[in-house]
Design a protein around this ligand. Sequence first.
Ligand code: NAP
Length: 247
Amino acid sequence: MSDLFSLKGRKALVTGANTGIGQAIAVSLAGQGAHVICAGRRTCADTVAMIVKNGGTGESLILDFADPMAAKEVFKGQGISILVNNAGIIRREDSVNYSEEDWDAVMDVNQKALFFTCQAFGKELMAVGGTGSIINIASLLSFQGGIRVPAYTASKHAVAGITKILANEWAAAGITVNAIAPGYISTNNTEALRNDPVRNDAILARIPAGRWGDAEDIGGTAAYLASKAAKYVTGAVLNVDGGWLAR
Ligand code: NAP
């Protein structure tokens, strides 16, 4: 029973691991014993330093989804059995004025890159007969509409759908595919909202837990989903939102 949550001997790749939720997930997976490849469009040296300081191992990898197919060759022969698709962007504008450029930029990173990174990972695991876990970062906006974020909302609904179809197709191959749907978490992504007193208060009033989430709140959930404790969990989109959706 004691190693139910251990990730010792596993190798993980986390996208967008230089900051925020991705950084917390990388540190959490390494804390359970995984070697973590911290991928980012810029160096993840800070994250690797945090991992090493905690007694773990990791490395930094440049992976920029300016090309949504960037991860195509990344998994070959690497023995990676945990993939966390965390990289994501948000562009805010009223739907009536939303530009094609913003739409394409958000969709490319949040949806297209996520799917094709899953595909590259799954293809490699199937080629070597391995098993593994995919954890996609969805959002409250996988369930709700939000405001002024039409591409983000559409992309996060897609993340939930991609998670479910891949869970169906790959369960028999021993690959679990789940998503975490964070509520409002204090990171760069939500800085504009926290700096707007009206939006900040309106959001806080709707969170039963009475506080914004921390990136660490998501890190532990990802470690659980990657572990043996979750080996029969697949196709789930797990809310980590302080009770927002329950209200
Ligand atoms: P964040 O601090 O802005 O992190 C986003 C990460 O994605 C950063 O590492 C960023 O790199 C990376 N990224 C963006 N574009 C990229 C690209 N083209 N190629 C590679 N990496 C790229 O915000 P966060 O809140 O931690 O977001 C992490 C995930 O959680 C996202 O998928 C987001 O949608 C999701 N989420 C967040 C919240 C929340 O309340 N914060 C709620 C629900 C879901 P740079 O640092 O270089 O930009």
